[in-house]
Design a protein around this ligand. Structure first.
Ligand SMILES: [Zn+2]
Length: 253
């Protein structure tokens, strides 16, 4: 059974004509939306690499510069201020799109420079038990979330809406059942794939402790109910992505 109505499943290849549910596009470069500027050649890691970002020290040729372990190098100019962070905040970047700082991701400009156009994350099916990676087109998903926030921020009242609090599950590409695939969230908070959870709009699967960890390390007020902390997490991650290009302070609290 195919499920063409489940758009969330298809975001992994949903930046063009609808793609069958069975597998994502084998070529992330082909599925990548036109970036707003000329970009270097696509990020060279294999689309289905099961160890995409698990060995930062041993896979330098395939990773973005920021993945190279370093206590000081962030991966692009303009971030030297992070050198002054306490050592407890500096950690090896767990993903090519993560900064080497807890709960921080690279900006869209930095990701473009690194050739990162697709963000992947681990998921597992509750029904058949299959575990695999889902890939998301970075610019498309960011644009959707940005537009949603632009339309609804005025009525959110600093609280996450229901669709963020209780995100629908993906459909399974293996058993093709609907609404049964959840993200796999690392038990180690420093290794949580924040950008994937943002782009898949599945941050709501984080528990309160995980969300408070994010807010703690991004200097956000972190008390309150989950809908409040989740809202802050969404806006802060979007702010990190936008960097200096946060249009009109859209992602400011
Ligand atoms: Zn399944």
């Amino acid at each position: 059974m195919t499920s063409t109505s489940d758009k969330r499943l298809f975001v992994l290849a949903d930046d063009g004509p609808r793609t069958p549910a069975s597998l994502p596009s084998p070529d992330p470069a082909a599925a990548t939306p036109p970036p707003p500027q000329a970009l270097p050649s696509p990020f060279p890691y294999p689309a289905q690499s099961p160890r995409l970002s698990q060995s930062p020290a041993g896979d330098r040729r395939n990773v973005a510069p920021n993945l190279i372990p370093s206590s000081t190098v962030i991966g692009s100019a303009g971030t030297a201020r992070e050198d002054i962070l306490g050592s407890g905040d500096v950690v090896p970047a767990p993903f090519p799109w993560a900064r080497n700082r807890r709960a921080h991701v690279l900006s869209l400009a930095e990701l473009s420079l690194s050739g990162v156009h697709v963000v992947s994350g681990d998921v597992r099916c509750k029904r058949c038990g299959s575990a695999y990676k889902v890939e998301l087109p970075l610019w498309v998903k960011y644009g959707e979330i940005r537009d949603y926030i632009a339309r609804h921020k005025g009525t959110m009242h600093d609280r996450a809406p229901a669709k963020w609090m209780n995100p629908p599950l993906f459909s399974c590409r293996i058993c093709e059942r609907r609404g049964c695939v959840k993200p796999v969230i690392s038990a180690k908070k420093r290794s949580i794939n924040w950008l994937f959870l943002l782009l898949s709009e599945m941050l709501g699967f984080c528990n309160l402790a995980q969300l408070k960890y994010f807010c703690k390390h991004t200097n956000n007020h972190r008390t309150g109910a989950k809908d409040r902390v989740l809202y802050l997490t969404y806006l802060c991650l979007c702010k990190q992505l936008a960097g200096d290009r946060d249009e009109g302070g859209l992602f400011d609290r």
